[in-house]
Design a binder for this molecule. Sequence first.
Ligand code: VGL
Ligand code: ZN
Length: 198
Amino acid sequence: MTSALIVIDLQNDFCPGGALAVPEGDRIVPGINALMAEFPSVILTQDWHPSGHSSFASSHPGTSAYEMTQMPYGPQVLWPDHCVQGSHGAEFHDALNTARADLILRKGFNPAIDSYSAFFENDRTTPTGLHGYLQTRGITELTMVGLATDFCVNYSALDAAHLGYRVTVRRDLARGIDLDGSLAAAEAGMAAAGVILA
Ligand code: VGL
Ligand code: ZN
């Protein structure tokens, strides 16, 4: 059995001072760098939206950030503009050890569909290619850390569990946005899906 550490979206826009800042998002970086030494493979994900992305409130006149809207694929939170391709906000936090990564997986580049999960876009069917990558490398055990616990970490962990991976989320090395109780709901959902919350 081979394992990988998956570091979700540790980018400037999700850290204090960023466009969609997660409280204490930067505090987990040293612990994540240290944890990399315990894994044969490290994979980073990078939220990577074109400007004018359909998940941005600014793309829907009359709406504001953190409102819900209806997309062809289902309900979607509208976000402040964040992680725009090529911007400083889309870059990884300066202190993150990106040199250790075997793979940097970008997601959210489809203008019409958001992608919280590292495995599938928010239509729940369009694959990112990560499952094929992991399968061909024989990786069956995943530990996930990063941002945000209740969105991208949550969706990635649930998809991974459904795909048959053994999944651990290190709660101490993840931080949440917590919109209307979304953090508690995410943790309950992950536990119910068999994700180990460590
Ligand atoms: C994320 C909201 C929008 C995340 C990404 O990384 O959790 N959240 N885009
Ligand atoms: Zn995003």
